[in-house]
Design a protein around this ligand. Structure first.
Ligand code: SF4
Length: 213
């Protein structure tokens, strides 16, 4: 039995709930917890208890180093040809007076506003605009890289890429190659994994879910 002294050991030893205590000890003994134990943690564990255990595991694996990415965002437009059920962000192109569309010089001005600041990445995502096509974004990527070559460009959800590739009659491979050569370094994460299967099926016909689900 681990000696309850300070820190995480004391936290686990003093847990009032016997199930939470047993799971805590399992984690401290580096044993994998089961799905049901994860549910118990979710239902009964306080955020601080969970956070302390998660941080302990993180430090066991990676030491006490924490890395931060300093980035800034550009949203070229919120106009979108799709209307995903869950989206409270987009406006249909037919209602474009309610949304925004940035030109390449406007977006480059945003990039330039970070000149001299220690950012490492620009994150670019937005709606699927019918007129912002492959040529438009290739020009944007090249302009950003020409201005600040060391800036990592993380851009475009799969649904944006799919639309621009199809419009340009490019395969996914051809489109990705072209975007990468123009300066695209990585894509943002999807997020579909957060949905419970029951909820996912409600969205499954949407373009977004087809691409990232
Ligand atoms: S494709 Fe993206 S921006 Fe367009 S409606 Fe769906 S979630 Fe919203």
């Amino acid at each position: 039995m681990m000696k309850p002294e300070t820190g995480i050991e004391a936290l686990v030893a003093n847990a009032k709930d016997e199930q939470l205590k047993a799971i805590g000890y399992k984690i401290l003994h580096k044993e994998r917890i089961s799905f049901d134990e994860g549910v118990v943690l979710f239902e009964k564990g306080s955020l601080s208890y969970l956070g302390a255990l998660a941080n302990w595991v993180r430090e066991q694996k990676h030491g006490d180093k924490t890395y931060f990415n300093r980035n800034f965002h550009i949203e070229p437009t919120n106009l979108c040809v799709f209307s995903c059920k869950f989206c409270a962000y987009s406006k249909l192109y037919a209602h474009r007076e309610e949304g925004w569309e940035l030109s390449i010089p406007q977006m480059l001005d945003i990039v330039k506003s970070y000149d001299g600041k220690p950012v490492t990445e620009v994150h670019i995502v937005g709606g699927v605009h019918p007129k912002m096509d492959m040529d438009f974004f290739v020009e944007l990527l090249k302009a950003i890289k020409a201005h600040r070559p060391d800036l990592h460009i993380k851009a475009f959800t799969p649904v944006e890429l799919d639309y621009m590739f199809r419009k340009a009659k490019l395969t996914t491979e051809e489109g990705m190659k072209l975007a990468h050569e123009a300066g695209l370094d990585s894509l943002p994460g999807g997020g579909a994994e957060i949905f419970h299967p029951e909820i996912r099926t409600k969205f499954v016909k949407t373009k977004w879910m087809q691409m990232v689900g």
